[in-house]
Design a protein around this ligand. Structure first.
Ligand code: HPA
Length: 285
């Protein structure tokens, strides 16, 4: 997948939607509903976009939705490409490269994740402060095209601090409006901040692996986001990452982990998640 491929895809998307876009959003498992509320939406199926792969996993619609939130144009990736599906890292990060060629400056990456902390319960959200790339490879491995970015990109601040602050403030606002009994207590159960550890999947982890990642400093585990975050930073885009906590890590409770439950929890938090995203988008612009 070359730079020219990304430019070609970006040009194609621009023929479908004329307004300039500043912010793209990638929706994780169970969180696809956000795209349904865009105004003046134009839906572009992945298979119609030159050089795009197709999404195969259940719960992912596989289309780009271009439209507005309170009049602000956004590009929403409803369904992403996961490494565990067999796509190459190039295919996984390609949409973010296309966003870059479309002139998009900000990317909001969302996902479903397992919690490694007993304090962070399913149904809460976690602002990603940093990540551990444990996928066993790096999406930028291979020849580097300087038109995307430098050979050795800095990763000191992958997740933009100002964006994190904005998200935190907006979560506080939501909490104030929704919960009248004491801010702090309710917030603890709503928005957390922590380190996201990306694994290749598709298996969930063993209890020993969960123990290991916790020792390494991870707060949540998942199978996405990091390749896209790296591709975005490579291109100088700003990143905000939000995990929807769908379950406790393997072995932390008596329960087994299954995809249906992950999807169900995603649907349960959909409303508050949508509201947070809406508010954050307003503030980013
Ligand atoms: N592990 C990995 N990925 C996940 C999990 C998990 O527990 N929950 C949702 N995505």
């Amino acid at each position: 997948m070359t730079y020219e491929n990304a430019v070609e895809s970006a040009e194609f998307i621009k023929t479908k939607y004329g307004r300039a876009i500043e912010t793209a959003i990638v929706l994780g498992s169970g969180l696809g509903a956000f795209a349904d509320q865009l105004e003046n939406a134009v839906k572009v199926p992945y298979e119609s976009i030159p050089h795009f792969a197709r999404s195969t996993v259940e719960g992912h619609a596989g289309q780009l939705v271009l439209g507005e939130i309170h009049g602000i144009p956004v590009a929403v990736q409803q369904g992403r490409f996961h490494y565990y599906e067999g796509y190459s890292m190039e295919q996984v990060m390609f949409p973010v490269r296309v966003f870059g060629r479309m002139g998009i400056k900000n990317v909001i990456l969302t996902n479903a994740a397992g919690s490694l902390s007993t304090e962070m319960t399913p149904g809460s959200l976690m602002l990603i402060s940093d990540h551990l790339n444990m996928m066993g490879t790096n999406p930028l491995r291979g020849a580097n095209d300087e038109r995307f970015g430098s050979r050795f990109p800095d990763m000191t601040e992958v997740y933009d601090r100002e964006f994190q602050q904005i998200a935190n403030e907006q979560a506080n606002e939501i909490a104030k409006e929704r919960f009248d009994d004491g801010l702090d207590k309710t917030l603890i159960d709503f928005l957390h901040r922590g380190v996201y550890c990306a694994l290749s999947g598709p298996t969930y982890e063993t209890p020993s692996e969960i123990h290991l990642y916790r020792l390494l400093g991870a707060d949540a585990v998942g199978m996405s986001t990091v390749p896209e975050a790296i591709a975005a930073r490579h291109q100088g885009m700003k990143v905000l990452g939000i995990s929807c906590i769908t379950n406790f890590g393997a072995g932390m409770t008596e329960e087994l982990i299954n995809h249906e439950e992950v999807m169900e929890t995603g649907a349960k938090v959909a409303e508050i998640f949508k509201e947070l995203l809406r508010r954050v988008i307003l503030k980013l612009n």
